[in-house]
Design a protein around this ligand. Structure first.
Ligand code: SF4
Length: 417
């Protein structure tokens, strides 16, 4: 049996890293759970990060904010719990549409050891009778990557899920609504009806979980959430992630087969969208085939993206860096990659930059902080964060995903003319 690069050696590095913190996840999570509010308990730095990550999205009624900790809070001169209670009461009075409130921890709240878990429990008791649930998680930047904010948020939802042992397929990971709708349509064309998603679109639609739950991960960065669901009886279905045509077919097939759908019904439902998506990839394939790509560790999407770029678009993988290599979730991906793939885990940014400079890749996928310096050295880059903010999963998005990698190369070619 082909083992791909699952037995390949992995370069493990520790050192300075260049990544965003978990607060970033609020930018896509607040769009997904439409009656949730994210209250960051943090500093002005946290507020600025959130504002710039949210970019141009200005809402009349934003669904995230920062409860600013001032110097006297940090010096322990004020009772932060009292202040937080006041801020939450005011917020909920002003915004009766909020059904789920997340208190989001930050570096400053962790430094002063402000126990947001305890605060959430207390406030949940106060506001539950008004139909508002209060939960907490940490988005702090200490030793995390930016997608771990979503993992922490979803893991906080798991204890709230009602128990139900009935068979169901639970898709885990925030997907854009358009993607979720497409994938639901394909599952229902196969005859699969007992399908649920985590996170839900509305607080009251939170799925149940139990021993009949089969869990299909839609995102590769959900280690804690998966562990929490497993502890409640859910069973993980190993699968490729739904990126590209190959990944989407494998992901849909694994989920449906685990629910007892026949191979023929699965094939019938995927045949047409799969063929269409494959055709749509041809333009990007002609542009990307043979080009050399280097992934720096950032979003944890690196391995499935590298598999897509190599297997479906013919790109050559120089190095595939990932912040963490979660083998239990990544085995099917590793088995689908070329045996000689150079994998690295963690980061020592200077050493890795030396490898980038030595290899002179056609395209380097990296965080925002590294993109500008590399561009200044004449290299072409792709911001990893854009891949998380854009709908990229499923058949209809496969060509758009390829386009995200083709565009910087095209722009470079135009500039060189
Ligand atoms: S949580 Fe930490 S890393 Fe993130 S913005 Fe606030 S201070 Fe910076």
């Amino acid at each position: 049996m082909a083992r791909g690069c699952s037995d390949a050696p992995v370069l493990r590095e520790r050192g300075q890293r260049e990544v965003f913190c978990g607060l970033t996840g609020i930018v896509w999570l607040h769009r997904k759970i439409q009656d949730a509010f994210f209250l960051v308990v943090g500093s002005r730095t946290c507020a600025h990060l959130l504002q710039s990550a949210a970019g141009v999205m200005i809402f009349a009624e934003p669904r995230f904010a920062t409860a600013l900790m001032e110097e006297r809070d940090l010096a322990g001169l004020a009772d932060a719990h009292d202040e937080l209670d006041g801020v939450v009461a005011k917020l909920l009075r002003r915004r009766p549409d909020i059904r789920m409130l997340f208190l989001v921890g930050s570096c400053p709240s962790e430094v002063i050891k402000l126990d947001l878990g305890r605060a959430a429990q207390r406030l949940d008791g106060v506001h539950k009778s008004n139909g508002v649930r209060v939960l907490s998680y940490s988005g702090s930047g200490i030793e995390t990557t930016f997608t771990q904010g979503e993992d922490a948020c979803l893991a906080a939802l798991v204890p709230q899920m009602p128990r139900d042992e009935a068979p169901q397929l639970l898709v885990v990971g925030a997907l854009a609504e358009v993607v979720e709708d497409q994938l639901s349509r394909i599952f229902s064309a196969m005859g699969l009806t007992n399908l649920a998603f985590l996170p839900p679109r509305r607080a009251r639609e939170l799925a149940s979980v139990g021993r009949g739950t089969k869990m299909l991960l839609a995102q590769p960065f959900l280690a804690d959430t998966a562990r929490a669901l497993e502890s409640r009886g859910a069973v993980h279905i190993p699968a490729l992630f739904p990126l590209g045509v190959e990944g989407t077919t494998a992901w849909l097939t694994a989920g449906a087969a685990a629910m007892g759908i026949s191979a023929q019904r699965i094939r019938d439902a995927v045949e047409m969208p799969e063929t269409r998506a494959r055709l749509a990839l041809e333009r990007a394939r002609a542009e990307l085939s043979g080009k050399r790509v280097f992934f720096m560790p950032d979003s944890q999407l690196e391995i499935p993206l590298a598999r897509f770029l190599h297997n479906e678009l013919g790109m050559e993988l120089i190095e595939v860096g990932t912040p963490f290599l979660h083998r239990a979730h990544m085995t099917p991906e590793l088995e689908a990659m070329p045996a000689n793939t150079f994998l690295s885990e963690g980061q020592h940014v200077d050493r890795q930059l030396d490898r980038v400079r030595a290899a002179r890749p056609d395209l380097t996928v990296c965080g925002l902080g590294l993109a500008n310096p590399l561009e200044a050295e004449g290299m072409t880059t792709k911001w990893a964060i854009e891949l998380v903010f854009t709908p990229i999963q499923g058949y209809n998005q496969a060509a758009d995903l390829a386009e995200l990698f083709a565009r910087p190369l095209r722009r470079k070619a135009l500039l060189e003319v």
